[in-house]
Design a protein around this ligand. Sequence first.
Ligand code: GDP
Length: 435
Amino acid sequence: TIVTEKSKISSVNSKDRPFPLEWTRNIGIAAHIDAGKTTTSERILFYSGSVHKMGEVHEGTAVTDWMEQERERGITITAAAISCAWNASWGPWKGIKQRINIIDTPGHVDFTAEVERSLRVLDGAIAVFCAVAGVQPQSETVWRQANKYRVPRVAFINKMDRTGANFFRAIDEMREKLKANAHPLFIPIGAEENFTGLIDLVQNVAYIFEDTTDMLGLTPVTREIPESHRAQAKEYREKLIEAVSDFDDVIAEKYLSGEEITVPELMLAVRKATISLQFTGVIPGSAFKRKGVQRLLDCVVNYLPSPIDVPPMQGQDSDGASVEAVVDDKAKLAGLAFKLWNDPFVGRLVFYRVYTGVLNKGMSLYNPRTRRSERVSRLVLMRAMDREEIDTAYSGDICALVGVKEVITGDTLCDEDYDIRLEPPSFPEPVIAMS
Ligand code: GDP
């Protein structure tokens, strides 16, 4: 991976894995009601593979068909966790299908405990804001909780097509109200009905929406930055470099000596600053049409952490001593049941995140709370359009368990000879530096 050293990766990946750990992103989507969380989630699932089954239909109808089908089959995009796949259009993982697990994060103020519980299982999040309404009071609560649980974020300023949309005002509000060190990763070309493209400040290229004929956006059309926006793009790229140079010595040195900073260097610096919670990159877009959601998915892959890039989950053994559940396929199994769910097809499911070790179908899992073991009869990977039965879930994976009954949300389930309780530490709110 990008952040972790190579030696560490090869030691934690078992050779039976279908793909290495660093190709996984466990993320949540947080938003104030009405900011567009549902629509953005739908588009993410649509772009990340669900549409393949639809054949070559025009996008406008395909989305509707897909949603019709979703209703008919009783599939809900707000299931506790859904796995999808995304090929980033650029960056170190270009052309490699990443598994993105989207974990539902309830967005209501009243359910703070539930929000906090789901934040524990995330490695990163997309914070969706409305380009018209900006940062609303409820967003402040969720933002503070995400700080508390140290969840790295990228921000999506949605509804750029709406009258009154203002990308830069929304960023100012993020800085003022959330004290976020927020900087654009992209700037919009136009706004409202004239929102016609995006300029990627890291890659220094433009995406013009009208030119994108590929409905999946797998081969996005990049263009030279239009003359009209060159000066603005240069200015904001400089600002971005300056912002991340505070956290990256390579960038800082080059910046001070006026040397050219390459795309991979800047990408890596943004990734590191994001993962260390020092920085939030902001992306303008609209969940309507195909205006930015694919680029947002690129950002999830390029800037948000894999399970290996975040600090290990903490726990306690039966003697009350602290233990760390380090991501490692060869270690004993420990994971967290984070949601119970009734699926119309499979029945009662327990959503589970493996923190350390490997979970195989048929294994008996020990629950330190009940002091009893239960056998997992089946393991299921939930997707938007179907469910896949799997035999094994590896460290960092999220899956649904069938057959375990005496479980409540927040229970640790572990190897029968490994009596630990996972207990995410409650961090003090980090002081996020403003540059
Ligand atoms: P949620 O409450 O955050 O889940 O928000 P929804 O996804 O339900 O969206 C709230 C409303 O905003 C709905 O009427 C959507 O159709 C609309 N909406 C969502 N995204 C966009 C967008 O990008 N542009 C415009 N114009 N409307 C949007």
